[in-house]
Write a protein that binds this ligand. Structure first.
Ligand code: AMP
Ligand code: ZN
Length: 138
């Protein structure tokens, strides 16, 4: 994708603070971080989002996230982290190339990852549960 900023980073056309890479993905520091040591894990192949990524590739990216998180924790001495992965404009995705955010959290920081909790009836929950369960055919 010629106009994709993360493809340009992967290709080396735009510089990045790379902390790790292999043949499938690159982990970099976010250039406009939510906090110190905000890491992005980016597949080298251009895939837009969770709806189109090959599930096994997504699994390997999250496997790496789970390996990297305790290393980040030990290196920087924090105990809390948000793992965020946005899909689509409404969900806050600004770069349409799949990526996982690892965002360390510190006491009284300014990061905000939250939502207002809805009040649903048991019947509404059951309708949703039923529709989804019937759709799952893995
Ligand atoms: P999202 O909003 O989930 O699509 O996240 C995109 C992330 O990419 C944001 O956190 C940006 O700060 C980050 N970002 C944008 N441009 C660059 C860049 N050139 N290098 C590193 N990170 C970037
Ligand atoms: Zn791309």
């Amino acid at each position: 994708m010629s106009d994709c900023i993360f493809c340009k980073i992967i290709n080396g056309d735009i510089p990045s603070a790379t902390i790790y890479e292999n043949d499938e993905f690159k982990a970099i520091l976010d250039r406009f971080p939510a906090n110190k040591c905000h890491v992005l894990i980016i597949p080298k192949k251009h895939v837009e989002n969770i709806f189109s990524i090959e599930p096994k590739l997504a699994g390997r990216l999250f496997e790496f996230a789970a390996k990297l998180a305790p290393i980040m924790k030990k290196t920087f001495g924090f105990d809390n982290m948000n793992v965020v992965q946005n899909n689509g404009v409404i969900a806050g995705q600004t770069v349409n190339h799949f990526h996982i955010h690892l965002i360390p959290r510190y006491e009284n920081d300014s990061v905000n990852v939250s939502w207002k909790q809805l009040e649903l009836t048991d019947e509404q929950i059951e309708q949703t549960r039923n529709a989804l369960e019937e759709s799952i055919n893995l």
